[in-house]
Ligand binder design. Structure first.
Ligand code: GLY
Length: 371
């Protein structure tokens, strides 16, 4: 079955770029990337797992473009100063010049680290994102947020640096473990919930097909997600306002990820899914949306076999107070007030700093009591 490649343009003036979405893009990478190369060579940053699965295919696809590659250890622990400085030193040792292109081949960790390395190398070189996880295809590879983690929290060190091209090969999604695919699906659902009720309806019907490998459904879901992200990034590239909508569910998620030690007890997209359900519950408590909305969110996540609540997180969790303290570390704190994303209904999210801490604590206490 072949589905044609879609292109979503991210319009940012002289930093505009295309996100190409389709099956078989790795095999055509040379033709896709060649127009932006000043000389026929690229440096590829990847991780060991992705390298084992996809690096040979990318080399073949790049044809006569010279490739040097560095595979970092897989996993979130890579996204810190140690591997970052190793990557930057390697790029310098490879004599990557100002007009050269770095390719980030991998999931969110590699995309964020590789993008940040490109942002600082010789004060900025261009880079191409080739996201290999669903999460990276629908979210982290688009929009130019790059960076690494600090001992003080996730993504606290970084830069806005837009890629010059994104190649989202939906064919590679077939190699993902089911749990990783579903974790990425948490971010897909987020787009429906934040701004497109029709897309959420579509996901309720087509989500199961997507999970079992329907390529046309996967392509549509990735394209629609990227379109929504692109339009938001165009309006607010550096998150002064509307871009915060993309953080629906993330304030809860970041606290839960910190509480579970960024371990495989809770994957990022699983935390986003739980966080979205809690954000709708909070919205409903304020009378902003109907009682049906949070139930519908949870029903869909459950139908997809996803985590929907704190009760689905294995092992101990700290109390509501400690989770609130973890939320206070979030980048979304402005003048000590948490910025929350709430919703007036499915597809109608908005950003607010007016959420009383007591209401958040009550939601968490109730969710902890359900465990
Ligand atoms: N992942 C959220 C953003 O790109 O703004």
């Amino acid at each position: 079955m072949s589905v044609k490649t879609d292109t979503v343009r991210v319009e940012l003036g002289h930093r505009s770029y295309d996100v190409r979405i389709g099956a078989g893009l790795l095999a055509r990478a040379g033709a896709e990337i060649a127009p932006i190369l000043a000389r026929r060579r690229v440096a590829v940053l990847t991780d060991e797992n992705v390298a084992a699965r996809h690096l040979d295919a990318l080399r073949d696809g790049l044809g006569d473009i010279a490739v040097s590659a560095l595979a970092l250890p897989a996993g979130e622990a890579t996204k810190g100063w140690a591997e970052f400085s190793r990557a930057v030193d390697w790029l310098l040792a490879e004599r990557i010049e100002r007009r050269d292109v770095v390719v980030a081949l991998g999931g969110g960790v590699i995309g964020d680290l590789g993008g940040f390395a490109a942002a600082v190398l010789r004060r900025g070189v261009r880079f191409v994102q080739i996201p290999t996880s669903l999460l990276a295809q629908v979210d982290s590879s688009v929009g130019g947020k790059t960076g690494i983690n600090s001992v003080h929290g996730k993504n606290l060190i970084g830069a806005f640096h837009q890629p010059s091209l994104v190649l989202a090969d939906i064919g590679v999604l077939g190699t993902l473990p089911a749990r990783d695919f579903l974790s990425g699906y948490g971010e897909v659902v987020k787009y429906g919930l934040l701004g497109d009720a029709g897309f959420f309806d579509w996901l309720e019907t087509n989500g199961p097909k997507l999970a079992t490998g329907d390529m046309a459904a996967r392509q549509y879901a990735v394209r629609r997600s990227v379109e929504m992200k692109a339009r938001i990034v165009e309006r607010d590239e550096t998150e002064e306002g509307d871009r915060a909508l993309l953080n629906l569910g993330h304030t809860f998620c970041h606290a839960l990820e910190a509480a579970t030690g960024y371990s495989d007890r809770l994957l990022h997209g699983e935390g986003v899914a739980i966080g979205c359900a809690l954000a709708f519950e909070l919205s409903q408590r304020f009378g902003l949306c109907s009682q049906e909305a949070p139930s519908r969110v949870r029903a869909h996540l459950r139908a997809m076999g996803m985590k929907t609540d704190l009760a689905d997180i294995p092992g101990e969790l700290p109390g509501a107070g400690a989770l609130m303290d973890l939320m206070a570390q979030d980048k979304k704190v402005v003048d000590g007030r948490l910025r929350f994303i709430l919703a007036r209904g499915i597809g109608e999210a908005f950003v607010t700093s007016d959420v009383p801490g007591d209401a958040v604590r009550q939601i968490l206490e109730d969710a902890l009591a359900r465990r």
